[in-house]
Ligand binder design. Structure first.
Ligand code: ACO
Length: 436
């Protein structure tokens, strides 16, 4: 085999294999032919946490972590954040192209008219404890939607898939806002179809006795930017969950509830909360140098810094920083912002952070904005889940339509006991238990 191939010699047998390389990858299944003898199952690749395994071919999002590049369908995130809206970006992610004017108007109109949920969903949410975590409520409420739309199981029908996708993009903000209202003991606010996507969300969150809520245009736009920035991030933990669950051909509400559950974890959607805790602990600009020394001594990590993929300034962090300035002009300056600025300044000049390529990530400033909007930290992952709904759905739609995909089913390296005989309980002694 000439050119794009990999020659592999198995030193156990001395045999050499030619493995094709396409798009900078070899197919792991090619390794299966490498066997010691006929009894041998064949060689596998072992890759915990998928550090070097591409599991999909995707046209949705491109990231170059070394150069700090993020693009949706080829469009730089900076241009989308500046010029696009969340719903237009969602259309781009789902359909692959920016919509023409009439397509966009039709899309916005449809999403707007799917924002209401069945009254029984309201009762379901009311059943949660007064102090229920809003993310737990959101996950449950999303899962419950599958029972209201039983036709959603027909995932092989493209029109049906799209209808469910529209419903989810439209209804998740309603569920998210109601989870917040529940945690505050406030009455739930119904959607206002005369408002835009983020304006309506702010209305459902914050409207009180006024007959009509008028969102502040700066906050409305800031939220739009945050939603665009969070709409997708290729094969991260929750996108992988969405695709993996969806690969069983379950309905998309159940898959999306699983994706949201993956996002709930502190290593994924919860880091911005840790940033706020850290900034509050530092408390004052004067304490920053001492805190940085503790980080360098390995005592703690600088939260909101570093990224598995970005080894450069996270492009989203740069945009969020600018958005924060606009928000604080309206809400008043968050005193912790000065601590954040000082921390960033010192870290970006310090050899420890420079040599390890540690830069602010998307979470460094987003929590400060959410706090300025008056949101409790428990709502932070919920604020992430709302826009990521579009990304999860785009990933799911691409996955269910991909002829190369099958039900996700990794292999394992078995490290448990060999075959052994069952021992009746009377004959066992304590301490014989094997942890599973
Ligand atoms: N503060 C101080 N040192 C750090 C930090 C940090 N935030 N992040 C990494 N390092 C150091 C490590 O100690 C290590 O140093 P060493 O080589 O001397 O041992 C080196 O940088 C490499 O770190 P890894 O842990 O190997 O990097 P990895 O890619 O596995 O981790 C992660 C990425 C988890 C994001 C990490 O940088 C981190 O914990 N950051 C803080 C938490 C955070 O902000 N998470 C949000 C990520 S963005 C998102 O998920 C939406």
């Amino acid at each position: 085999m000439a050119g794009d191939s990999l020659s592999v010699t198995d030193n156990r047998t001395g045999r050499t294999y030619e493995i094709p390389i396409a798009d900078g990858a070899i197919r792991a299944i090619e390794l299966r032919q490498i066997r010691v003898d006929d009894e041998d199952f064949g060689l596998m690749s072992y890759d915990p946490a998928f550090l070097n395994t591409a599991a999909v071919r995707s046209a949705i999002t491109f990231i170059d972590g070394q150069r700090g590049i993020l693009r949706y369908q080829g469009y730089p995130i900076e241009q989308l954040a500046e010029q696009s809206t969340y719903l237009e970006t969602a259309y781009l992610l789902l359909f692959g192209e920016l919509p023409a004017r009439e397509e966009l108007d039709g899309w916005v109109d449809e999403i707007t008219h799917h924002t209401f949920v069945h009254e029984n969903v309201k009762r379901l949410m009311e059943a949660f404890r007064y102090d229920a975590h809003p993310m737990g409520m959101l996950i449950s409420a999303v899962a419950s939607l599958s029972t209201f739309y039983p036709e959603a199981v027909l995932v092989d029908e493209p029109d049906n898939r799209l209808l469910q996708a529209k419903r989810m993009i439209a209804k998740v903000p309603t569920l998210a806002a109601w989870a917040y209202r529940h945690s505050r003991g406030l009455p739930y606010v119904y959607p206002d179809n005369d408002l835009g996507f983020t304006g309506n969300f702010l209305s459902m969150m914050f409207r009180m006795a006024e007959p009509r809520y008028t969102p502040d245009p700066v906050l409305e736009r800031a939220l739009e930017v945050l939603f665009v920035l969070h709409a997708d991030h290729e094969q991260n933990c929750s996108a992988n969950a969405m695709r993996s669950i969806g690969s069983s051909r379950v309905d998309p509400y159940s898959a999306l509830a699983g994706a949201a559950a993956a996002l709930y974890g502190p290593l994924h959607g919860g880091a911005n909360e840790e940033v706020l805790k850290m900034l509050a602990e530092i408390g004052d600009v004067r304490n920053v140098p001492a805190y940085v020394e503790r980080v360098k001594a390995g005592e703690l990590r600088l939260m909101g810094f570093g990224h598995r993929v970005y080894k450069n300034y996270d492009p989203r962090a740069r945009i969020i920083k600018e958005t924060a300035d606009a928000v604080f002009d309206v809400t008043g300056r968050n005193p912790l912002l000065d601590v954040a600025f000082e921390l960033e300044k010192i870290a970006l000049e310090d050899e420890y952070f420079v040599s390890r390529k540690l830069y602010p990530n998307v979470d460094f400033y987003s929590g400060l904005i959410y706090q300025a909007l008056g949101l409790p930290v428990a709502m932070f992952p919920v604020m992430f889940a709302i826009p990521r709904t579009a990304g999860w759905l785009a990933q799911w739609l691409e996955g269910v339509d991909d002829p190369e995909q099958k039900i996700a089913r990794p292999r394992q390296l078995y490290i448990g006991p060999d075959e052994r005989d069952y021992v009746p309980v009377e004959k066992r002694t304590a301490g014989d238990l094997v942890a599973v």
